[in-house]
Design a protein around this ligand. Structure first.
Ligand code: BES
Ligand code: ZN
Ligand code: ZN
Length: 488
């Protein structure tokens, strides 16, 4: 996609050019758009439709006038900004399909966040994952001419930021969609090293299984030892030269490159989806790449907890007990509850490197999928301020978060007869998992745990994803770092 941000419209309508009119209610004045379009043809069409049901306009193309009308308020349940994203996403899809070389968007009256939303929608439409197809077909290249009036300068800066954010979203999606035979822990490490090499200010530290064992990171060892692909923990660090915040945000990501369930084997039906069980780690890696590229003035680290939960003659056995990094002993009641075990190490590492704030994200429980479905991520937090920021930053990025309780009444169910803890708890599976993680959160640290099991990967069309990784969380993490850098 090519973007031209111009002050006034630069060319007249031609066969290869279309006008896109966004009906952003209240914010972009309908009449103003009309004047700027300046096309008699457009005016005639619009006049004829004036009394019509504009609410029902989804994406309408009037043959002959090459005008695409986009009603930005359509989908049920989406915010105004997400309507804009969806509208732009569909517009771009239509333009690519119809092979329209240039589309003019009249956005001089759009607010910054509206422009940002439209750009994200355009970018989303470009994504496809065809690495495994025998024949790859490149997208038709559309140029978007953004008629920005006196906002051109501001819009150019926003466009650059959105391009960085989108690059991170694409990175996360590609990693998540890649099958486990090609993306195993060591391969993920290679990706992280390459990203660190080409991102100024980003450093990387890698621990292999021997090192993990030596330092007592036994969650990784316990989960990963059954696989021919050894586990790794990666710590990425971004320390800006100029900091406006004293906070140190550490993002911890569950990175199960595949989750068979281990000896407590999963049923086959939904197992292929478990290529996405490293979504937390991929999202953390992608987010820190963007945060460093955007040079946000806050110290951010990312800990990727990588392992493959496989069956082998060294696999952990149900009933086995190990000692976690913080000294607590854990009985492995169910080998399929493996995410929380590697995350216990990730949380310990976050503490060791001095986190003031931790966000861990993980495709952690099927229970969360049943509770909130695919559109909303449930999260848990021990800090009200951080919790509010998560919700607000999510809203700004069109990602929905719902606060869940760390219900202490269920904590007793995690007690084991022999060990301090066991890795499964009460009927409330998502809460039990969060309570388990809480046992490993370093003292005096603000912490939020995002369970993205429902939102990270979709098997049916959802918003701007046909099938596969959604990239959920990347933008909220970037926004959270941005927000934290501004409020402390
Ligand atoms: N990776 C799964 C959770 C998951 C389920 C992610 C569906 C995405 C979609 C996790 O490791 C798991 O298997 N959790 C178990 C825990 C249970 C054994 C306590 C679950 O949710 O069934
Ligand atoms: Zn599992
Ligand atoms: Zn898992």
């Amino acid at each position: 996609m090519k973007l031209n941000i111009v002050t006034t419209e630069s060319a007249k309508a031609s066969e290869s050019k279309a006008y896109a009119l966004f009906f952003v209610k209240q914010s972009i004045q309908f009449s103003k758009v009309l004047t700027e379009a300046g096309s008699a043809q457009v005016e005639t069409v619009l006049k004829g439709m004036k009394d019509g049901p504009f609410e029902d306009l989804e994406l309408l193309e009037i043959d002959g006038s090459n005008t695409i009308f986009v009603d930005a308020a359509k989908e049920r349940g989406l915010s105004a900004l997400d309507h804009l994203r969806m509208a732009a996403y569909r517009l771009a899809g239509r333009a690519m399909k119809k092979q329209i070389a240039c589309v003019s968007l009249f956005l001089a009256d759009a607010a910054d966040e509206q422009f940002k939303a439209i750009l994200h929608g355009l970018h989303y439409a470009e994504y496809k994952f065809d690495a495994y197809k025998s024949k790859q077909k490149p997208n038709f290249q559309v140029t978007y001419e953004i008629v920005a009036g006196d906002r051109a300068g501001a819009f150019k800066k926003i466009a650059e930021e959105v391009a960085f954010e989108n690059k991170a979203v694409v990175l996360a999606k590609n990693l998540i969609n890649t099958c486990a035979a090609d993306l195993y822990p060591a391969e993920f490490v290679q990706n992280a090293k390459t990203i660190a090499k080409y991102t100024p200010g980003l450093t990387v530290k890698v621990r292999d299984m021997k090192q993990l064992e030596k330092e007592g990171f036994m969650g990784h060892v316990t989960v990963g030892k059954g696989s021919s692909h050894e586990p790794y923990m990666i710590t990425l660090d971004y320390k800006p030269t100029k900091r406006t915040s004293k906070d140190h945000l550490v993002i911890v990501g569950k990175g199960l490159t595949f989750d068979t369930g281990g000896l407590c084997l999963k049923p086959p039906k939904s197992m292929p989806e478990m290529i996405s069980d490293m979504s937390g780690a991929a999202t953390a890696l992608a987010a820190i790449q963007a945060i460093a590229t955007l040079k946000l003035p806050i110290h951010v680290s990312a800990v990727c907890c990588l392992a493959e939960n496989a069956i082998g003659n060294k696999s952990v056995l149900p009933g086995d007990i190990f000692k976690a990094k913080n000294g607590k002993t854990v009985m492995v009641d169910n080998t399929d509850a493996e995410g929380r075990l590697v995350l216990s190490d990730g949380l310990a590492e976050a503490g060791e490197i001095g986190a003031t704030h931790i966000v861990d994200l993980a495709t952690l429980t099927g229970a969360m999928v049943r509770a909130l479905g695919y559109a909303v991520a449930g999260f848990f937090s021990n800090d009200d301020d951080l919790a509010l920021k998560v919700i607000n930053c999510g809203e700004a990025c069109c990602e929905k978060f719902w606060s869940m309780p760390l219900e202490e009444e269920y904590a007793d169910a995690l007690k084991d007869k022999f060990a301090d803890l066991k890795n499964t708890g009460s009927d409330a599976g998502a809460i039990a998992a969060a309570l388990f993680l809480q046992e490993f959160v370093p003292e005096n640290t603000a912490w939020a745990h995002w369970d993205i099991a429902g939102t990270a990967f979709t098997t049916k069309k959802w918003k701007y994803t046909e099938y596969g990784a959604t990239g959920f969380g990347v933008q909220t993490l970037i926004e959270l770092a941005r927000e934290m850098s501004q409020t402390n």
